[in-house]
Design a protein around this ligand. Structure first.
Ligand code: SF4
Ligand code: SF4
Length: 710
């Protein structure tokens, strides 16, 4: 230690001569060069990728500010997992504090010291610095200890996957030995310097020194002799070499997520998943023929993955035994990209038959529920890459037979059922309400009924209930009859982009020909695509295409002038205006509510259906997985049209949850839905799961009709 009056110390204290310091500088330079070389290689691979279709760098200052808040607060890590939130916060805050502390020291030594010949790292500043470094260093070690406990003692399932490898173990243990090594080094320094009184602020180092002294004493080693000095020297070098190795290693393995994850949060698309990117009209353009098709953002997604397994833990396809693991898809693409860059032979990205990077069945398994994206702490946009691969499957003709039939039905009849377009309004035949033809008369609400409420017997009852409600509230509403076609949301997610464009062009022409104030949808899937995707379709690019059955060539509703609503939002307004005459005491059922993915996670509408249920007087009991944590019914992303061996089906899992895990348990009488696809899936799950005598499936509209007719 420097014998000065003010508290401070030597930086390179145990090094005996300047050659050793020079060696340290030389090794540091190599570590930094390797770091920058690795970083260059990573950045180069992004620059190589095609432009992303979405603006990612606009409003950059805001993006950085909000990413900084997300990353520093660790709010995504706290979501659904308080232990992980605390653990990650301790590691991040501790690591960054140590990094800042080292930077301050370097500034003092190499800049301030060089120019002024003195040091600000002394006196009160030194004392405060030492205390802060010890406190935050301890936080860091505790955080890493929590991670080790969770990984090796608890052996948390989601942390282990086929992609778990040496880098995961090396990363966690390197952090651990960096933290613990720092305290050992501090302890031996305090010990060999005879406990300088001001060093008591380095409380962890001080305690470590006392522990070391006890060990030395048991071993009969003097704390002032050459053995203690050698231990000091050995600890200094081992800590320094480990630090330099870590710096050089960052861009080449898991530690890179410290940079890539932050960057991924900065460039995230707030509407990712709920709106899919378009395709160029250029027929030469490919979707996922090779890694070259993946944009820089999709490559960054791959590199940002921390292997936390949260996406896979919430995936309903995985939970029901379908061959899909979202984490593995992202990491399989990453591994392939890396081996490909290293010169390995190319194989198809996605295909049927097990010879590709991703198997067609894996992609078909996805329900587009967005649970993976909601759970991902680093904002990876799984559905963007998945849609790219689904589009490739459509290009190649590798499409599930049932889905192929659905595409044919839509092409020939304009609906997924393959029923005559002229039968579209027949659901209303048994109704005492006269339906207005919105093509002939001005209406307040243009009601897009949708395929299931138009053609499926169970859902026709829901459509009739909604018609009665709108009639009772005395609003003017109308439908498009045979000019209504399938909305296209789910076939778009299955990769059928051109058919989707035809449907979108058809509908915007119909909408433009009608006069209405609000567009309301029975189906959250239709609501999603009308609200988030139709306004972004570049109709002009395709209007001249002779294959496209529309001439519309302007953006539709890009200014949001037309209010697009799910029916629960529209009827909530009517209830608030007391136009349904509800007192709130009409019904006394105990019910639970299932948030449909396309209404909840996709569009943040959680409260309107709940308010309507409560407005009937029902006792609403929440399932543990509610709102953004809701679990898909199994029908999205074409799941409703495909046949998979599922054990158990997502709908059966959900009905069991309703009867066993709400506070009311099996007293729950009705399982309330707000989506026609959910209705279909749960009616099926009720039969196959053996729940027919335990619970009834009802739509919010049916509850309301029962209440208003009491
Ligand atoms: S969207 Fe849903 S089904 Fe598809 S991978 Fe993500 S969590 Fe799984
Ligand atoms: S994709 Fe996201 S949620 Fe899934 S393992 Fe990677 S970081 Fe975790």
């Amino acid at each position: 230690m420097l014998q000065t009056e003010a508290p401070t110390r030597e930086t390179y204290e145990p090094l005996s001569h300047s050659l050793e310091v020079s060696i340290f500088y030389f090794l540091s330079a190599i570590a930094i060069l390797v770091f920058f070389y690795g970083l260059y290689r990573r950045l180069d691979s992004y620059v190589d990728g095609p432009e992303d279709e979405v603006a990612r760098l606009d409003n950059f200052r805001h993006r950085v500010r909000s990413a900084t808040r997300i990353v520093f607060s660790n709010e995504n890590q706290f979501d659904r997992d308080i232990y992980a939130g605390l653990m990650h916060s301790f590691i991040v805050w501790g690591f960054l504090s140590l990094l800042i502390a080292t930077t301050i020291l370097a500034i003092d030594l190499y800049i301030y010291g060089r120019f002024t010949g003195s040091s600000f790292w002394r006196g009160d500043f030194y004392v405060a610095y030492q205390f802060a470094v010890d406190a935050l260093g301890l936080l860091f070690v505790v955080g890493v200890g929590m991670a080790i406990y969770r990984r090796y003692w608890i052996r948390k399932d989601r942390l282990f996957s086929p992609h778990t490898s040496l880098e995961d173990h090396l990363f966690i243990w390197t952090l651990f030995f960096l933290g613990v090594g720092g305290f050992l080094l501090e302890g031996i320094r305090i010990l060999v310097n005879g406990y300088p009184p001001f060093e008591v602020v380095s409380f962890v180092g001080w305690a470590t020194a006392l522990g070391m002294e006890a060990v030395f004493s048991i071993a009969g080693v003097s704390t002032t002799g050459s053995t203690a000095s050698s231990v000091h020297w050995g600890l200094w070098w081992s800590h320094s070499l480990l630090s330099l190795f870590f710096i050089a290693w960052i861009p080449f393995a898991k530690p890179f997520h410290m940079l890539s994850s932050f960057a991924n949060v900065v460039v995230r698309d707030e509407k990712a998943g709920k709106r899919l990117p378009g395709v160029p009209a250029d027929l030469e353009a490919t979707n996922a023929e090779s890694m070259d098709d993946f944009t820089w953002k999709e490559r960054l997604d791959q590199d940002a993955c921390t292997k936390c397994g949260r996406c896979s833990a919430v995936c309903p396809a995985k939970a029901s035994g379908r061959p899909l693991d979202p984490q593995s898809v992202i990491l399989d693409l990453k591994s392939y990209r890396e081996t490909n860059d290293a010169g390995d032979a190319e194989i198809p990205i996605v295909a049927d038959g097990g010879t590709s990077v991703i198997d067609a069945e894996t992609m078909e398994s996805c329900l587009s529920c967005m649970a993976c994206m909601d759970a991902c702490p680093v904002e990876i946009e799984h559905l963007k890459s998945f849609t790219r691969m689904n589009r490739q499957l459509v290009d190649q003709g590798d499409v599930d037979g049932n889905v192929q039939d659905v595409f044919q039905n839509v092409m020939q009849h304009g609906n997924t059922f393959g029923e005559p377009a002229g039968d579209r309004g027949t659901w209303a035949d048994e109704l005492d309400v006269d339906l207005t033809d919105a093509r002939e008369e001005d209406v307040e609400y243009l009601w897009y009924v949708g395929d299931f409420p138009s053609y499926d017997e169970r859902n026709k009852r829901v459509a009739r209930s909604l018609a009665k409600l709108l009639d009772k509230a005395d609003v003017s509403f109308g439908i498009l009859f045979e000019d209504e076609q399938y909305d296209g949301n789910d076939i778009r997610r299955l990769g059928e982009e051109y058919l989707y464009l035809e449907l979108a062009g058809h509908h915007v022409e119909q909408f433009e020909d009608c006069t209405f104030e609000k567009l309301i949808c029975t189906d959250p899937h239709a609501y999603n695509t009308f609200k988030n995707e139709y306004p972004e379709v570049d109709f002009d690019e395709f209007a001249d295409d002779p294959m496209m059955p529309f001439e519309y060539d302007e953006p539709w509703n890009d200014d949001g002038e037309i209010d697009v609503l799910h029916w629960t939002q529209a009827v909530e307004e009517l209830v608030l205006e007391t136009r349904l005459g509800l007192t709130g005491n009409e019904l006394d059922y105990t019910v639970t509510y299932h948030d449909p993915c396309h209404l909840g996670r996709y569009n943040d509408e959680y409260e309107a259906p709940r308010r309507l249920i409560r407005a009937t007087g029902c006792d609403l009991q929440e399932m543990p997985r509610n709102r953004a944590d809701s679990f898909c019914c199994g029908g999205g992303g074409g799941g409703l049209w495909m046949e998979f061996d599922e054990e158990p089906k997502p709908s059966e899992q959900r009905l069991r949850e309703a009867l066993e895990e709400t506070p009311a348990g099996n007293a729950v009488e009705k399982f309330v839905v707000a989506c026609p696809m959910c209705m279909t899936m749960y009616e099926d799950g009720r039969k196959t799961g053996g729940y027919e005598s335990d619970i009834e499936i009802v739509d919010v509209a049916e509850l309301l009709v029962e209440a208003v007719t009491k």
